[in-house]
Write a protein that binds this ligand. Structure first.
Ligand code: ADQ
Length: 483
């Protein structure tokens, strides 16, 4: 195979400066893990924004950053402060993100943000055009870069382009709201392969293509202007073994060497019968359904006085986009709800909601996954939700219960979880009770089945499948042209 390049809004490193000297810290996210296994094998580059506004640094500092990134096989696309504001915080996070998560009332329709989106997509496309050799492959990621495929294809039809969307593709009736819907679709259709987490998103996309352009669709192929575009679903997996082994490791670590978080929680909860820990982990985002989760937990405590004092919700919220108004409001709402529940049902010895507004090191994350009896995952919309998968992978003794929203892509692979509608707080409150009271043997049966599935389709298999489909897309196209 020719070279394969990865393109994503952010490069898989964060950059920090000490006395004008930059250093790189690799990201540990799922995408970085999956893609590292790909772009190095195929001798490609990773193209993306390094995460710093270029006009806040001197030329010398930027050159030093570029040198470090080059050693890692990365090519930076530099964005200035205004571009970060209008493109990333603006069109990406205030227009596409809310619309694609069905929050139409939050969408900003500003032509100036759209212009910034075009310009930044053009910068990414130009960097690809400079980087890719004859017949190379390119894999573009996510909603920030939906115009890139067409921008590249129109100049270099020899490059085979894959695009993967990490968030939901909304139904046509929602997608059509966007004034720039035609341009976005056309941008995506520059790709040879378009991938989604689930069949539903794929169906929504195809339906928009059919209704907006009237193109011919044959099964999962779009036929236009002498080209065939493959559309398929690839549910993203996690690095299953990494979580499983880390959880095993904690189990084998002498108590004295375990983290303080772990030992404190264990002392309080696991040593005493009848205590339960429920885990909630997300970025603090309105799509994640955090307020409804808290209200459902409050209902649960209201209806089950016997469980007061014995059931604690451990809630981790990772700061996210906190200079955007809707996120600021959400943060206040969550803090108010946490305060209300703790005020109503707490006592000297009992805090119903243990709330942490911060990121956690991997080790602590796995400790929480392995110690909590229940994972409560209630997004109102979520492309996939990797937290649910990470929780299952960390359950080395096969116990534990997942309560998961039917609005998250992950639900398609978690038929054994307790599935809820996140807007039905009564149902969620009942699900919490059902989860806590689930017999041990049933927990084992359900978790084992999910573990088996997630182990088989991990992030490496996901990446491999996509790359294989990309090769197939080139073959289909070549054969089609030869006819
Ligand atoms: P996200 O919306 O960020 O991703 P998710 O899939 O849940 O959502 O991934 C979050 C990641 O952050 C997980 O790997 C988790 O371990 C980590 N994380 C969460 N809380 C943390 C904390 N407090 N400290 C440290 N790490 C934490 C987007 C889409 C999802 C889709 C993914 C992948 O919105 O729907 O599943 O991309 O495609």
């Amino acid at each position: 195979m020719k070279r394969l390049h990865i393109v994503s809004n952010r490069l898989p490193f964060s950059i920090s400066f000490e006395n004008d000297n930059p250093s790189l810290e690799p990201s540990v996210g799922g995408l970085a893990t999956g893609m590292n296994s790909v772009y190095k094998d195929f001798e490609g580059k990773w193209i993306g924004w390094p995460g710093i506004a270029s006009d806040t640094k001197s030329r010398k500092e930027l050159q030093a950053v570029d040198r470090l990134l080059k050693e890692e096989g990365c090519k930076p696309v530099h964005l200035c402060e205004q571009e970060v504001e209008d493109f990333y915080e603006g069109f990406c996070n205030n227009t596409i993100w809310p619309l694609f998560h069905y929050f139409a009332q939050y969408v900003d329709f500003h032509a100036s943000l759209w212009d910034a989106y075009i310009n930044v997509n053009r910068k990414f496309a130009d960097t690809i055009l400079e980087t890719a050799g004859q017949g190379d492959f390119v894999w573009v990621h996510d909603y920030q870069l939906m115009l890139v495929p067409q921008m590249v294809k129109s100049q270099r039809p020899d490059i085979t382009i894959g695009f993967f969307l990490h968030i939901p593709f909304p139904s046509y009736e929602v997608f059509r709201i966007l004034p720039w819907r035609d341009e976005l679709l056309r941008g995506l259709l520059g790709a040879d392969l378009i991938g989604f987490h689930t069949y539903d998103y794929q169906r929504h996309f195809l339906s928009s293509v059919r209704r907006i352009f009237g193109y011919e669709i044959v099964l999962n192929e779009v036929h236009i202007d002498g080209r065939i575009i493959l559309v398929d679903s690839f549910p993203m997996g996690i690095d299953y073994d990494k979580f499983y082994k880390a959880a095993l490791n904690i189990f084998h670590t002498p108590v004295k060497e375990r983290s303080e978080v772990h030992n404190e929680l264990e002392k309080y909860f696991l040593m005493s019968d009848g205590k339960h820990l429920i885990l909630s982990i997300d970025r603090l985002d309105y799509s994640k359904g955090i307020p409804n989760r808290l209200r459902a937990f409050e209902k649960f405590l209201e209806r089950n006085p016997d469980y007061r004092g014995n059931v604690t919700l451990v809630m981790l919220a990772v700061p996210s986009r906190d200079n955007v108004d809707h996120y600021k409001k959400l943060k206040s709402e969550v803090e108010e709800l946490v305060g209300r529940i703790n005020g109503l049902y707490g006592s000297i010895n009992y805090t119903p909601v243990l709330y942490f507004y911060r990121s956690m090191p991997f080790q602590n994350l796995v400790e929480l996954y392995s110690m909590c009896d229940v994972a409560l995952i209630t997004p109102v919309r979520d492309g996939m939700n990797l937290v649910a998968k990470e929780y299952v992978a960390s359950r080395i003794n096969q116990t534990g219960v997942v309560v998961v929203s039917e609005m998250a892509g992950v639900v398609k692979e978690m038929g054994e979880a307790i599935i809820i509608n996140p807007n039905d707080e009564d149902q969620v409150a009942e699900a919490i009770q059902q989860a806590i009271e689930m017999p041990h043997s049933e927990q084992v049966r359900r978790i084992s089945a999910m573990q088996e599935r997630l182990r088989r389709y991990d992030v490496f298999k996901w990446a491999k499948d996509f790359v294989n489909a990309l090769q197939k897309a080139r073959k289909v196209q070549t054969e089609f042209l030869a006819k």
